[in-house]
Design a protein around this ligand. Structure first.
Ligand code: CA
Length: 570
């Protein structure tokens, strides 16, 4: 009786539209719908709400509004800043040594797609639309429509469930991938959903991944704007170590792909065909501007599509009982340290943007500096869905942080990091490390799991320490500064303890672990050996007569190891 009266009253007031079918009026409180929106390589630096150097360009008004209506996480980090491994950590709640998705060759089979499996058990309808990049069929989802591998920017093919075995059910769509993905999501929302169930949707954009192919309508966006440059693009005399620069900078051409032609094999000058400009300064400047403009045009496409999506959610009355997450699988180096791509543990790569909007429980405009990791995502979303953390997951739920802004007393103080794909594609040495609120300790051990990439050549091991309170741009490696010796000692102990706690104890790869131990204390003998490894690496690279043929994985778009099925028109 009361309910009928309430409905009548609301109808009279013209607000009945907010009480959509997904929000029952009676019975037990409805489980929230969960929409997890993830873009690919979208750095927090390129989101206005994070207030970085690109914020004055107003690159993301829609995402910024989402942040104003929810909580922004200042210290969210990927355990491995690379597409496939980070996605595996998100889906499993496990670090890569546990889920075994170490690099781009990794694959996550349906039995290990824990997040959708647990959501299904909790009564959710599940869907995965967009970039997947986890090899195996996303079979744990009720519905999927995913790009094969990296997917295409224009007229993309998608893989769906069908008569033929995965990955042979291929559908082609016309248009730019960001627009197509939005259309697919809206189509599922309107016609695929079961209104009797709460839903869990993973909505994954391909953009702004390289090669930054924006929709033609954005060609004039930022055309006449000078994009601010980071100082470290040009000068950083105290940055890095022998691991990233070589002895007396001898490895600068070989470590880390670049904006300018520092790395002659892979740089933005080459990608954009700017090699004919007369000076390196002009080439580097032009390449940076072109890189950032293309990237930000892709970001703009994401932001605009999100605005349309939110309009739909509003019109469908789904804004109240739905948790909306915006994030990226990792960050992206946007010219900081003259680096491009991700993989690094440096801030713009390791940091993930994370915004959570849920008006029923998350205070609008709130922010937290609590350290959260991608392995915490699944336990948190499941917690919101009323599911206790499954024992297989290593991450922890940060639901109470979302709801109260308060870190539990026993909340983690460190984010763990490990990059396994030593010297593949973008010439980043294998490393592990720890990120606290104040410091970052990086240990480049410089060794591969196997010799698939770059012949498994070792690079010189070294440690780097950055004081993020005084040096947020990570310009000064203070590992050898005696004033920081107690910090180094403490962080090394914490790093060792964390490794044991999460089981990354080296037992899978004893040959790497022996190197990790050999250079752990980094005494004079170890340092001498690192110098020899630096000389050896340079000497081998210099002796290669035809570096392009020597490194087939180097070419743009020739990532030979990725499991991309050849698209075929139906
Ligand atoms: Ca990515």
């Amino acid at each position: 009786m009361k309910r009928a009266f309430l409905v009548h009253l609301l109808a009279m007031l013209g607000v009945l539209c907010v009480l959509h079918a997904a929000e029952p009026l009676s019975g037990s409180p409805a489980k929230p719908n969960i929409i997890y929106i993830m873009s690919d390589d979208h750095a927090a630096e390129a989101i206005g709400a994070y207030g970085g150097r690109l914020a004055p360009l107003n690159p993301t008004p829609t995402i910024d509004k989402l942040a104003k209506e929810g909580m922004l996480f200042e210290n969210c980090f990927a355990d491995n800043s690379l597409c496939t491994p980070s996605r595996a950590s998100i889906l499993t709640g496990q670090y890569n040594h546990r889920n075994k998705v170490y690099d781009l060759d990794g694959s996550l089979d349906a039995a290990h797609q824990f997040l959708p499996l647990e959501m299904s058990k909790a009564g959710y309808q599940t869907a995965m639309i967009g970039k997947w990049h986890l090899g195996a069929e996303p079979a744990a989802f009720d519905y999927y429509c995913v790009l094969p591998g990296q997917g295409e920017y224009f007229n993309p093919h998608f893989l769906v469930r069908g008569d033929k075995p995965w990955p042979k059910n291929i559908v082609k769509h016309e248009g730019h991938v960001t627009d197509v993905t939005l259309d697919l999501v809206l189509d599922w929302m309107k016609h695929g959903r079961d209104p009797k169930k709460p839903f869990f949707l993973m909505y994954h954009n391909k953009a702004p991944h390289d090669n930054f192919e924006f929709a033609p309508r954005y060609k004039d966006y930022l055309k006449d704007t000078e994009i601010p440059e980071p100082s470290s693009l040009w000068s950083q005399p105290h940055f890095g170590s022998i691991a990233t620069r070589g002895d007396h900078d001898e490895l600068l051409p070989y470590i880390g792909s670049s904006i300018g032609t520092r790395n002659p094999m892979r740089n933005m000058v080459g990608l954009f065909g700017l090699g004919t400009l007369p000076t390196e300064e002009q080439r580097k400047h032009a390449a940076y501007q072109e890189y950032l403009k293309r990237y930000l045009r892709c970001v703009k496409g994401i932001d605009d599509s999100l605005a349309l999506f939110l309009d739909y959610l509003r019109s469908a009355g789904l804004m109240e009982n739905t948790i909306i997450v915006y994030t990226s699988d990792q960050g992206m180096m946007l010219g900081e340290h003259d680096y491009i791509d991700k993989r690094w543990m440096y801030e713009n790569s390791e940091r993930m943007p994370l915004i959570i909007r849920y008006p029923k429980a998350v205070k609008p405009g709130s922010r937290t500096d609590a350290i959260v990791e991608n392995v915490d995502f699944a336990p948190t979303l499941l917690d919101f869905a009323g599911v206790k953390r499954p024992g297989c997951m290593q991450g922890r739920s940060f639901r109470t942080i979302c709801e109260t802004g308060i870190e539990p007393a026993d909340w983690t103080k460190d984010a763990y990091y490990r990059y396994w794909m030593h010297m593949a594609h973008h010439d980043n040495p294998g490393c592990l490390g720890l990120r606290t609120k104040d410091f970052k300790l990086i240990y480049y051990y410089g060794m591969a799991r196997n010799d698939d990439y770059n012949h498994g050549l070792r690079t010189p091991p070294a440690w780097e320490l950055y004081d993020l309170r005084n040096d947020p741009q990570e310009l000064v490696n203070i590992y050898d500064n005696p004033a920081y010796a107690p910090i180094v000692k403490d962080l090394k102990q914490r790093l060792a303890a964390r490794r044991m706690e999460i089981g990354d104890d080296g037992s899978d790869y004893p040959q790497i672990e022996s190197v990790v131990r050999e250079f752990w204390d980094y005494d004079a003998v170890a340092r001498d050996k690192a110098v020899q490894l630096s000389h050896q690496y340079r000497s081998i690279k210099e002796s290669v007569k035809d570096p392009w043929n020597d490194r087939p994985d180097q070419g743009w778009g020739k990532r030979v190891k990725e499991p991309t099925p050849p698209p075929q028109a139906p």
